[in-house]
Design a protein around this ligand. Structure first.
Ligand code: PEP
Length: 253
């Protein structure tokens, strides 16, 4: 854990939960998880459910909220897209950039991810930049190179601080395969080294780096105990209030 930082437990709902289901989730989650000062919890519902989340969580300011993606431009003729400024106006405080599903399905390359990160910061939102290697890249011994390239591209556009990173090995997302704590420790150390190389030592020391990829109640404790892991980004297991509450309640060592 980065000194002084509170671990972050983040829920990426992907294309699940419209406004009604969102309200039902918040009600049940809030009943199961009491606010705690030693950790942060953030949710990434679909953009169409953002307002419903905010209304449902009105008495729970500890439950933070963000959007899963923004467009790389401030505004314009981009049918279906949401800008970072609009997300901020609607009450988001976080935004993801570069999730592997965006990279794979929508062609978000490193330059687009860097531009999105810049828009997110300009809008006053807190970005979580997702990075990670595919299985082919890992097996070809490219882990270090891939992380280095993804981080370099973002830091070229956004040299200052304020970024949270999520190391999400693509082969572990939604597959039930989880990186071992040792894998996570190794990758997080590589991330920190790349931030130092393309930014500076202070940036690397203070960087918040989440792990993501098939996190569940059964493996959260060992992953959070891995050196360099500052929190988690959770997909599938965050859709159920009981399992996400169990993840957020993990004993921190
Ligand atoms: C994710 O979507 O960021 C993710 C980590 O998904 P899952 O937990 O389902 O692997």
């Amino acid at each position: 854990m980065t000194d002084g930082a509170r671990p972050l437990f983040a829920a990426n709902w992907k294309m699940f939960k419209g406004p009604r289901e969102t309200v039902a989730f918040v009600d049940e989650f809030a009943a199961r998880y009491a606010a705690r000062t030693d950790r942060r919890v953030a949710f990434f519902p679909p953009a169409i459910s953002l307002e419903a989340f905010i209304r449902a969580a009105i008495g729970r300011p500890d439950l933070e909220v963000g959007v899963q993606d923004v467009h790389q431009e401030q505004d314009g003729a981009h049918t279906g897209a949401v800008s970072a400024r609009m997300a901020a106006e609607a009450g988001a405080i976080w935004a993801l950039a570069g999730h592997s599903e965006r990279r794979r399905e929508f062609g978000d390359d490193d330059a687009v991810v860097a531009a999105k990160t810049a828009r997110i910061l300009e809008a006053g939102l807190k970005p979580i930049v997702c990075i990670g290697e595919t299985l082919v890249e890992r097996e070809a011994g490219q882990l270090r190179n891939v992380l280095d390239r993804q981080i370099r591209e973002v830091l070229l556009d956004v040299p200052g601080g304020g970024l949270t990173w999520a190391y999400e090995p693509v082969w572990a997302i939604g597959t039930g395969r989880t990186a071992s704590p040792a894998d996570a420790e190794e990758a997080h150390a590589l991330v920190r080294r790349a931030i130092a190389a393309h930014g500076n030592d202070d940036l690397a020391r203070s960087a918040v780096i989440l792990y993501g990829g098939s996190v569940k109640p059964g493996n959260i404790e060992e992953l959070m105990a891995a050196p360099g892991v500052d929190g988690v980004l959770v997909g599938g297991a965050s859709l159920d209030p009981e399992s996400f509450a169990a993840i957020c309640e993990v004993e921190l060592t």
